[in-house]
Design a binder for this molecule. Structure first.
Ligand SMILES: [Zn+2]
Length: 167
């Protein structure tokens, strides 16, 4: 059975990838031996598969000069005057606080609450410090006591059993 060129072309990529069934490999191979068109196409595909793609660097030395000039012109015409015309912002201490009275009051109340909380926590922390110092004193006393040797008292054995002749 002779294959048609279209059928061979459809299978060339699969043939190169070794994904064809053995019977198809044989049919395509026989066709390629007799058909110079398909053989040429396969050679080109094979050459393309294993070659790196060529990267063409498009360099335009005359590109950035005019681009920079155009950007400079645009800056000089539009941005720079706008920047100069805009008034400098006032220093932070002169800026107006535009808060409604209620919000300002809430803010002040929040600050007071935070200060009170901080004071309470500070008091608690210093109390805890005092307690720690006191306990450390107790521990020091105890360890001083533990390290002093106990006085050795003379030991006398007393027998409670009656001895001969006492009864
Ligand atoms: Zn062919």
């Amino acid at each position: 059975m002779r294959m048609h060129c279209d059928a061979v072309v459809d299978r060339l990529a699969a043939l190169l990838d070794e994904e064809l069934a053995p019977g198809e490999v044989e049919l395509v191979g026989r066709h390629i031996e007799t058909c110079p068109d398909c053989a040429g196409l396969m050679d080109r595909m094979a050459a393309q598969r294993f070659s790196q793609p060529e990267l063409v660097v498009l360099e335009r030395p005359d590109f950035w000069g005019p681009m920079d000039a155009a950007l400079d012109r645009a800056w000089a015409d539009h941005e720079a005057p706008a920047l100069q015309a805009a008034p400098a912002p006032p220093p932070w201490y002169r800026r107006e606080l535009r808060l409604p009275a209620g919000v300002a009051l809430l803010y002040a109340a929040g600050m007071l609450l935070a200060l009170g909380l901080a004071g309470a926590l500070w008091q608690e922390a210093s109390d805890a410090h005092a307690q720690v110092a006191e306990l450390q004193g107790v521990v020091d006393d105890q360890s001083a006591l533990a390290s002093t040797p106990l006085p050795v008292e003379p030991v006398s054995f007393v027998s409670r059993a009656p001895y001969r002749g006492s009864l």
